[in-house]
Design a protein around this ligand. Sequence first.
Ligand code: HEM
Length: 404
Amino acid sequence: MSASSERYTSVAITLHWLIAIAIVGMILGGWYMSDLPDGAPGQYFLYQMHKSIGITILLLTVARIIWRLMNPPPPLPDDMNGLEKTGSHLVHLGFYGLMIAMPLTGWLYSSVSVDLDVPTVLYGAISWPDVPFVAGLKTEAASGAVEFIHSKLAWVAIGLLALHVAGALKHEFSAEEGVLKRMIPGLFGKADKPQAPGRGAVTAFGSALAVLVIVAGAAPLLGVMTGSGQAVSTDAAFEPNWTVDYDASSITFSGTHDGNGFTGTFGNWDAAIQFDPDAPADGEVRVTIATGSAEASQKLYTDSLKSPEWFNIAAFPNASVEILNIAATGDDAYTSTARLSLKGLTVDADFAFSLALDGNTARMTGQALYQRTALDLGQASDPNADWVSEDVTVDVVVVASRTD
Ligand code: HEM
């Protein structure tokens, strides 16, 4: 039997069909999701899945190319003429180019897109950074051009697929030793086993894994970072007289996203409290919050919050809140103003709280409602609150002991 009737290695066959199905699914899914009206239920999830599977295709392509270099495919059948062989090689080459270009243009598009300024979290678990050093391309013109290339490549893929399938079928049925069965698992295809056992799996898949680890590992350096708290400022007129028990205290925020509720907390904040229940009007509380310490119920939200259009933690690592105008409204119940300064903007909200005193220890629970438009939060990707609710509720629990 001639070498041309050998099958590809099982690794090559698996990668071939996995990537082929994924690409067809990605084209259909890409068309579907980009035609949905903004804010359609599930659209956000579809975009994240599209990006996750697209990056997976890129990584599998790295493994596939290395595997192919280490395990040359069986030669083309002898009855193919020179032109057919050249055509077949060109189509294969085109596919390899496409398997790299489609994910790379998608990744570039989601990095420079003006309307889709949303971080990428692979399968909701792994932060994937934007393409480094392309922030300057975040313009309507550049992002439109990249989107154009990404979407037109789908048609290049369809053209190549048509040639590829036509070639495979022609040489399956017209040739003596079919080519299609060489790419079909041994159970179904009738071609012979490969002459040499496959080699280089560790190199091929290890390299793909290395790319994942290096790029995802660089995420914190490339903008997905955490911030640290800054001591609250004090002055002569302000004399804090309480010590906060941070383990027992919390600042939580909540709203809705894509129809579902979300919550989050700030892990790192610092509060200085000057308060006497007998003279509430003289009270004042100053809080500094490390914006990068925000942690939401899903990793995607956590990463989104750190990005430029939300907390922009690189430029504004801290937010501050002042509780002012405190007035008693009943037994252990108070009203006040919570003056929040975030990203250079200052917004007042009503802050109603209650106080439970037990000797020298107090437990304060309060709530304020903020509108994210006034704080310039998410105004590029979601100005109309299609996904994220305009209202965000902030719940505060502070347990503190009196020191004076
Ligand atoms: C083999 C991999 C990929 C294929 C076959 C593919 C295919 C597609 C297709 C057909 C569309 C619809 C374009 C249109 O509107 O006509 C699309 C849109 C999109 N793709 Fe991909 N894609 C791939 C990888 C990626 C990757 C890796 C990312 C990002 C990390 C990505 C991000 C996007 C985004 C954000 C859109 C939406 C464009 C919009 O709605 O404006 N793609 N993709």
